[in-house]
Design a protein around this ligand. Sequence first.
Ligand SMILES: CC(C)(COP(=O)(O)OP(=O)(O)OC[C@H]1O[C@@H](n2cnc3c(N)ncnc32)[C@H](O)[C@@H]1OP(=O)(O)O)[C@@H](O)C(=O)NCCC(=O)NCCS
Length: 185
Amino acid sequence: MQLAPVHRDDTSARPRAIQIRPPRREDGPAVWRLIRECESLDDNSLYCNLLQCTHFADTCAVAEAEGDILGWMSGYIPPHAPDTLFVWQIGVSPRARGRGFARRLVGDVLARGICAEVRHIQCTITADNAASWALFGSIADALEADMARHAHFRRDKEFGGTHDTEFLVTIGPFSRDDLGLRPAA
Ligand SMILES: CC(C)(COP(=O)(O)OP(=O)(O)OC[C@H]1O[C@@H](n2cnc3c(N)ncnc32)[C@H](O)[C@@H]1OP(=O)(O)O)[C@@H](O)C(=O)NCCC(=O)NCCS
């Protein structure tokens, strides 16, 4: 997957260097605030985000511009599926959308050693989240991989009528060796 370089945050008066990196424990509050800025993301507790920023840091990523957290991806490798990266949430600040940050966040995690055995990406998406369908469709295209979907957590069954159905999306199989990804710094 070729990732378009993003060198600056154009909302700033001067160019700001963008860094995509694993989260650190001190990022927790900024990540929690960013998720609240992202309209279609479910809130989790700050404690949950702190666990993601520590125990799951190797499969999570932030996009940072000089201390400003503009993007977040949480993910993990399910214990029963060591060849799968499950993407839990991706959120990019409305100030920074449309510049390839979301794709870069996924690409950065995929390029890490912990994903050496990964051949599939999974996530869940609600039917009305056009941006998310476009993002994962774009990732599947870039990986030249199939993308399958089916109802997973259903509104009336698993959610008890409280949440729209989440469709499980599976991208793959793909070969990480063919992605053209640079190892993360
Ligand atoms: C979804 C989201 C993370 C995308 O972030 P982004 O940094 O703007 O996405 P990118 O710039 O990396 O775009 C990746 C691809 O998705 C497409 N895309 C992104 N947003 C889109 C939109 N609103 N409508 C149509 N296509 C869109 C881009 O055109 C691009 O496709 P391409 O590679 O074929 O050109 C961002 O819109 C967001 O935070 N939304 C709210 C939270 C959310 O819904 N998260 C996903 C569910 S977990």
